[in-house]
Each structure stands twice: as C-alpha cells, then as structure tokens.
Design a protein around this ligand. Structure first.
Ligand code: SAM
Length: 492
C-alpha cells in the first residue's frame, strides 16, 4: 500500500542511517552536528513549500540549508555567533569563480611569505614538526604523498624552537574557564595553543583577506577557523600502531585535533599554509558541487519576513529572549536539537573560532550544564531555561503544528524539561524514533554522557485524536517508530 503524507502526496523518503558529512556538511567541524538527512523526512512530510520552520538551537545551520533547498521559510537562532556565521555561509555561498580566484591570489602572494617561516637553510619547506614538550624531536618535508625526514643542524633546530614574534593579529582575548573535562584553564592564551610561527601565518592570512568583502571574506575566514585545529599544538601523534596485533611499526602518523583543548606532550606542528589549503580545497569542491543552491534572502528581523519562498531570518542571541519577537501561532514546524544536558559546552569549545572571528560570546545565557568552575551552570538552571524556551515554542506554533526535538542524555534529570512539554494541555506527544548514525557521522561528538542513540520526539499542538492516529500510521514506515516514550533512566 502506498503511504501518503499529511498533504496526501506520496512519501518518497524515509529516514535512513545518515552516511556521514559530505560536501558542505563536512567542511567545518561543529560539536554535536547532525547529518542533514536526519531532518528531511520531517520537513517533507509535516510542511509544504513556503511554510515557516523554526530552530531555536541552530548549531551548524544544516537544518537551515535543508529548509532553503526545500523552499521552506526559516527562522534560526543560536547564542553562538560562530554558528550564525557558518549558517550564513551555507545559505549564501560565494560564487565558485570568485572564491577560486581569491584563493589563487593567496597562493601566489601569501604562500611564499608563509613558506619562509618553515624554510630550512637548504631551501626545503618543512611540512611537519614533531614536538616533545617544548623541544623539537623530528622534522619532515612532505612532497606529494611522501614524507621525507630532514636532518637539520642543532642551531637551525634551536632557531625553529625559539621562533618568537611580537605579531599578534587577534585583538580579542581567549575567554576560557577552569574546566578539566575539556582541558582548559582560565588563563590559557592563544600562545599556549599555537606556536608563534603558526600565529604569524594566521596574521598574514587575515591581513590579506581584508581586500575581500561579503560572502568571499566570510568564506576565507571560515576556511581559516576550519583549519585552526590542525594548525594548533593539539594534534596528537599516532605511534606504535599495530602493537596489539604484534605488527608494531616505528612509523609516526599525524593524528588530528579532536575535541577540547588538550595539548599532548608529543604533538605535531603542521605547516599552516597546508592546513589552510586543505580546507580551502574542501570548501571549493563543496561550492562547485552545490551548484549555488537556492538563492536565499537572509533577513535581520522577523518583521522583514516576506512571503517569498526563500527567506531566512537568522539571529545571534539567547532563544529565551529572541523567541519573544515571534508572534503567536505563526510557525508550522519546530525542528530542534537543544544542548543535551552536560554533554557539550558549545561556547567553551567554540571560543577558539569566535576569538579569531572577533566575536564575544554570551556565556551567561548559554543553555548548558557545564563543569567549568565559576559558570554556575547546573541542572536546575538548565531545566528552568529549557522549559521556558519550550513554553515559548508552543506559543509560536500554529494549531496543528508540530515540534520535533532531537534529544539524548543519560541522566533522567536532564529529560525533565521535555516532561514540561508533555504536561502542557495544548501539546500531545505523538511518538519517537531512534536516530542512528553511521560511524562517519558521529565523530563530531564525543558521545560521552549519551545513550546509544539520539531520539527524535514528535509533539503536536492541539492535534485531534484522528490526526495523531494518522501520523502514527504514516510514521510507521520509519525504522523503530514508536508511540511509546523512550526508555530513559540514569543509565550510567
Ligand atoms: C545540539 S547543538 C545544535 C546542533 C545542530 N542541530 C547541528 O546539527 O549542528 C545546540 C545548540 O544550542 C546553542 N545554544 C545554547 N544555548 C542557547 C541559547 N540560550 N539560545 C540559543 N542557542 C543556544 C548552542 O550554541 C548549540 O549550537
């Protein structure tokens, strides 16, 4: 039997296990990023073209992009300024030829300057430096796929070790907290995270970006933030691979920056230009393959919203405040993925990117449970704030509108705010399904503090019994769809 959507059109897609982050979705890391396929089914089956969709916890902005591609109007908020910048990139991609030209000019004019920072007395350009504490252990030059080890005289190594520069391109100070869970201290500065050489290279890049503006400038800055992790002192070295299988090798492989601010004793310093170019190529390819996508008008206020299909209103700020500007009963579907209890301190982790972009983050109003000393981000304030945001979501939702929440927390305490939704007389819990990811799609999350899978919980506003029954039948095509509530508890 053919399944019908709510609007009596055949359902063509059902959620599958998302394959991972490809193209634009894979260009920039974002903590807790959800693959875009995760949302398609809900958008296509609970809304029509031009309907208004809201996400008060935007993150990477992949939901916004999906909505734009499907001609839905969209409102997105996030307290993280970096998140809005990344979303703007997704919705307003630069022209491929313009971006390529900007990158070609950088390669011609800036790369030679950066090369000088890594050049040996015999003209090799060092691509990888292995540090042990504050001493250089080994060095390589990579040409093509081959990494050739360099043997430099001691005085040259010492010069590289002691490279100092007064140049400090970034005016904003890194604003971190004492938080051992993500290896930070209040007094950490950029000089702890990067060598002076890498900072000088970023200085040269940022200065040269200033000749561009609009979406090309934004793209260049985000290529830089995307490459910061690999440019930093946070890239671990993989040694003794094969130890458990008895095939141990002497080879030292380059790891990657994972999550948090851990600076391993033994770490790699990678040539900053190479890190930048690698990400630039990724974005360039994604822009070429995306073929521009739909043209989206990005407005700065809800009042600017036009009736045209592709308008998105994006704003940096606290959703508890920003939601107040949205009139009652205007949104057809809310799709959201709030911070899940204590799993990811978004602003602390994004502080590196925000610092390079010159953005001050509003730590006070972040919705999170954090271990950081002095932040006072406990479970009670988290539940109070999330309940308030959900209450406003219900107010702005149209009658017969839907709210889908993606959630995952081990502690039942962190589920309390969802129960406030269930307690509201206007809201009906419809059902849920587990969101399974492929191995490649979970790497942007540490899964610590989470259940094995995320859940998508669906609620309807003032929906009649018949509609609820109908949806339950339709959503039955989804693997493991259930009208029951997910089993949660303190699963430690
Ligand atoms: C789970 S993430 C969203 C991830 C997103 N679904 C994605 O695929 O990238 C939750 C987001 O909520 C944001 N956030 C935290 N407190 C907020 C607040 N008070 N108002 C708005 N956004 C907030 C965080 O910055 C983070 O980007």
């Amino acid at each position: 039997m053919k399944q019908l959507s709510l609007f009596n059109e055949p359902i063509e897609k059902i959620p599958v296990t998302p394959k991972g982050y490809k193209g634009l979705a894979g260009f920039h890391k974002y903590w807790g990023k959800k693959p875009p396929e995760a949302w398609s089914f809900l958008i296509e089956n609970l809304t029509k073209e031009k309907d208004l969709i809201l996400d008060p916890f935007l993150g990477s902005g992949l939901i916004a992009k999906k909505c734009a591609d499907l001609n839905r109007r969209f409102v997105g908020f996030d307290i993280n300024p970096f998140s809005i910048e990344l979303t703007k990139l997704c919705l307003d991609l630069p022209d491929y030829t313009k971006l390529k030209k900007a990158l070609d000019i950088l390669k011609e004019k800036i790369k030679p300057d950066i090369d000088l920072l890594y050049m040996t007395s015999t003209g090799e350009i060092i691509t990888h430096i292995l540090w042990k504490g504050n001493k250089i252990d080994r060095l390589w030059e990579k040409t093509g796929r081959k990494r050739i080890e360099l043997a430099l005289p001691a005085d040259e190594v010492s010069k590289l070790e002691n490279f100092v520069s007064k140049a400090m391109p970034i005016k904003k100070k890194l604003n971190l907290f004492d938080n051992s869970r993500i290896n930070t201290r209040k007094d950490i500065s950029l000089k702890d995270l990067f060598t002076s050489r890498a900072l000088v290279a970023t200085d040269k890049l940022i200065l040269s970006f200033s000749r561009h503006n609009g979406n090309v400038h934004r793209a260049l800055m985000l290529i830089l933030t995307a490459s910061l992790g690999q440019m930093s002192n946070m890239v671990f070295a993989v040694t003794r691979r094969g130890k458990t299988k008895g095939t141990e090798t002497e080879k030292i492989e380059v790891g990657s920056w994972v999550i948090g601010y851990w600076r391993p004793e033994q770490h790699f310093e990678i040539n900053a230009w190479n890190c930048f170019e690698n990400k630039a190529n990724k974005l360039l390819k994604a822009v070429r393959d995306t073929d521009g996508g739909n043209i989206v008008k990005i407005s700065n206020s809800f009042g600017d919203f036009t009736d045209s299909r592709n308008t998105s209103y994006l704003k940096v700020g606290d959703s508890e405040v920003l939601l107040q500007d949205i009139p009652d009963n205007t949104v057809k579907l809310i799709l959201t993925d709030p911070p899940h209890g204590d799993r990811i301190p978004y602003l602390e982790l994004s502080e590196l990117w925000n610092t390079f972009l010159g953005f001050e983050a509003d730590f006070d109003n972040e919705l999170v449970v954090s271990d950081a000393k002095g932040r006072n981000k406990d479970t009670d304030q988290y539940n109070r704030k999330l309940s308030a945001i959900f209450a406003d979501c219900v107010r702005v939702l149209e009658p017969q509108g839907f709210l889908a929440v993606m959630f995952n927390a081990r502690s039942s305490e962190h589920w309390k705010s969802l129960h406030t939704l269930e307690a509201m007389s206007e809201m009906e819990y419809v059902g849920c399904y587990p969101m399974n990811y492929s191995a490649g799609s979970v790497i942007q999350d540490n899964r610590k503090g989470g259940l094995i899978s995320d859940y998508v919980l669906l609620y309807g506003k003032q929906i009649a019994y018949v509609l609820r029954k109908k949806i339950n039948q339709q959503f039955g095509v989804i693997d493991n769809w259930s009208a029951e509530y997910p089993k949660v508890g303190n699963q430690q």
